[in-house]
Design a protein around this ligand. Structure first.
Ligand code: AFP
Length: 335
């Protein structure tokens, strides 16, 4: 068997791509891998442990009911960020406010991390794939001071790195630092993420669409037109219409589309005029990965990563996936 490249080895090799790198980003990525192994272990045992599975008993700032695993994952990631020394503050989908770290040690860190500790939490109790999504920015505030809200509210274009961990049939970590996208599968025998998907490219088009079609009557008519015209009718030269696949965990739907080609749509609706997905914790990091892999991510009208955020928990309509499919959907909206 050929020798596997571990995530740690890969990160160290890639550090040479950034001539002035101090190693902090490399250490931060390694810390993320450690936290995700902890969360992966909890996810794998969830069905056996009453203290892991089920509702936490409170709602988060989005008004959504928190699951115990949401909180466990949130704490696991915050703990590695607080003790690593590279991060001066974080913002998480599970917390109302951003969290500047208090210690001098952390305030010397040059990065902030924004993350969704467990995306797709309504799938936890039914053993369906869920994931963690993260986004790393260089702080704007001076080193040695507490992190500020401005550090958190940066355009997606300013991301230094982004990625996700998918707790699926295997656990995978996929990330980019702006030089392509690479995926690592957790080998449970040795407890290491190993390179399994190098230089990932999203096919220019695909045959799968993911959308909560229960919302179709409360969307812009352009969405209905896109779904009916492009997805549900057999296209010239094709044997049948596209396949509809909606997991309800964005990270899992995105991962499938990244590998096989496809589109994920969460548009604005009359109930959620801004859409449902969070710009900072879900859309920007996946948009960075999509673009790095040759795909597109828009609100239906503009590039997601060009938006200047104004609020921590801001939502945007989201169209992400294979370039041609996203462009076709946007053309239908224009009409
Ligand atoms: P949760 O993490 O709160 O379950 O949200 C999941 C999510 O942000 C995204 O991962 C899903 O695709 C989408 O929301 C599901 O939303 P609907 O239930 O409205 O289809």
């Amino acid at each position: 068997m050929a020798k596997l490249t571990t995530l740690h080895e890969f990160i160290m090799d890639k550090q040479a791509d950034f001539p002035y790198a101090s190693g902090e980003l490399s250490r931060l990525l390694s810390d993320i891998a450690i936290a995700s192994k902890v969360v992966s272990n909890d996810v794998r045992r969830a069905g056996l442990m009453n203290d892991i599975l089920g509702k936490q008993g409170n709602t988060n700032v989005q008004g959504e009911e928190q699951q115990k695993l949401d909180v466990i994952a949130d704490k696991a990631f915050i703990s590695v960020f607080k003790t690593g020394g590279e991060v001066c503050g974080i913002a998480s989908e599970e917390n109302d406010e951003f969290m500047p770290f208090e210690s001098e040690f952390s305030q010397a860190g040059k990065y902030v991390v924004l993350f969704d500790p467990l995306d797709g939490s309504s799938n936890i109790d039914v053993n369906v794939s869920i994931g963690t999504i993260f986004s790393i920015y260089r702080r704007i505030s001076p080193k040695g001071t507490p992190a500020t809200k401005e550090d958190m509210l940066q355009e997606g274009d300013k991301q230094i790195a982004a990625g996700y961990v998918l707790y699926g049939s295997s656990t995978m970590l996929v990330y980019t630092t702006g030089k392509g996208v690479n995926g690592f599968t957790l080998d449970p025998y040795i407890g290491e993420f190993c390179l399994s998907h190098s230089n990932m490219k999203m096919p220019e088009t695909g045959r799968t669409y993911a959308m909560n079609e229960g919302n179709i009557s409360i969307c812009d008519p352009g969405i209905k037109e896109y779904i009916e015209t492009y997805c549900q009718q057999t296209q010239p030269g094709q044997p049948r219409p596209y396949s509809g696949r909606y997991i309800g965990s964005l990270v899992a739907d995105f991962h499938r589309n990244l590998i096989k080609g496809g589109i994920y749509i969460y548009p604005s609706t009359t109930v959620d005029p801004e859409g449902r997905l969070r710009l900072l914790y879900e859309c920007n990091p996946l948009a960075y990965i999509a673009e790095q892999a040759g795909g597109l991510a828009t609100t239906g009208h503009e590039r997601v990563m060009g938006i200047k955020p104004t609020e921590l928990h801001e939502r945007v309509p989201f169209f992400i996936g294979s370039k041609t499919m996203v462009e076709q959907a946007m053309n239908c909206l224009k009409k």
